[in-house]
Design a protein around this ligand. Structure first.
Ligand code: ARG
Length: 291
């Protein structure tokens, strides 16, 4: 590793929307204009990759696999910290074939020294990777969701695997089925989040650790535009096209937005954050960026 933030992405050649496992997925809309949708997906993925590179990141890309369209969302592949990779186990059979593909990709990254160790979840524990388990570099803890996708039993496994504090957050709705659709810690300790996605107990956990001055509340419109599903690199927040309200909100807190048209992926229920997996996160104190 060369000190640059390191991300994993998947080539979108086999991206498709041919089943529905979340309420955003609309196979009929995709089918109505397949070729154009596919083309726009390739362009969107390329634009995201270039935005990451312009922001100073390094991107590793793995091949897509026919029949595994959601492989384009590597955030769901694993939780990664300090070079240790906890490989995901998916709730729906439609995505379970991805486990072996990602596991062998991680083994290759290991052989190249990009990660250190690859471990599996115990039998019967469902955990959908960094999509449901987000490292908070300022608080130095994991926020981990359970409910629609990851099972409650995953919380203790994450705790034990990484030896870090893990705050469990129960998700309250099927629309915001992964934590990364509604929760995004930002450099400097701010938190962009959509409160309605959480149960009252989960909100209490958030409020206990994030003081009001650090909270940036997303509206329903902003969350539905998949803008909370963002990649943050210091002051830059890379996301799908944002409503003006969010642009102003983040700019007034010292962040600058990098917007990418990710519509074809939003049609599958994902955007910038889940199209990537950060590989170089460490539990050490983060940089001194203060927004
Ligand atoms: N179609 C995918 C699914 O339902 C989208 C996953 C998006 N990933 C995420 N971490 N939000 O699983």
């Amino acid at each position: 590793m060369d000190g640059r933030p390191q991300f994993l992405m998947t080539d979108p050649a086999h991206f498709d929307i041919c089943y529905q496992i979340n309420p955003w997925m609309r196979p009929a809309d995709w089918d109505a204009d397949r070729a154009a949708c596919q083309q726009r997906a390739v362009a969107a993925s390329r634009a995201l990759k270039s935005a990451l590179r312009v922001a100073g990141a390094q991107v590793e890309t793995i091949e897509g696999v026919r029949g595994l369209p959601d492989l384009v969302f590597p955030a769901n592949a694993a939780v990664v910290l300090d070079g240790k990779v906890l490989v995901a186990s998916f709730r729906y059979p439609e995505r379970q074939g991805e486990e072996a593909v990602f596991r062998s990709a991680f083994m290759q990254l290991k052989s190249r020294g990009l990660v250190r160790e690859v471990v599996n979840l115990p039998e019967g524990v469902i955990q959908e990777g960094a999509g449901d388990c987000i490292w908070d570099a300022d608080r130095r803890l994991f926020w981990a969701a359970h409910g629609p996708r990851s099972s409650h039993s995953s919380i203790a496994v994450i705790r034990k695997t990484f030896g870090q504090e893990v705050v469990p957050l129960e998700l309250a709705s099927d629309r915001f089925y992964h934590l990364d659709t509604c929760f995004c810690p930002l450099a400097g300790g701010k938190l962009l989040f959509f409160p309605e996605a959480f149960t009252p107990a989960a909100l209490a956990e958030i409020y206990a650790r994030v003081p009001a001055a650090q909270r940036i509340v997303a509206t329903a419109e902003e969350a539905a535009a998949f803008c909370v599903n963002a990649v943050n690199l210091d002051a830059k927040v890379i996301m799908a096209r944002a409503p003006e309200t969010l642009r102003r909100k983040l700019q007034s807190r010292g962040y600058s937005l990098v917007e990418v048209d990710l519509d074809p992926f939003i049609l599958s229920g994902g955007a910038a954050y889940c199209m990537t997996l950060r590989l170089d996160r460490t539990s050490q104190p983060s940089s001194a960026f203060l927004a």
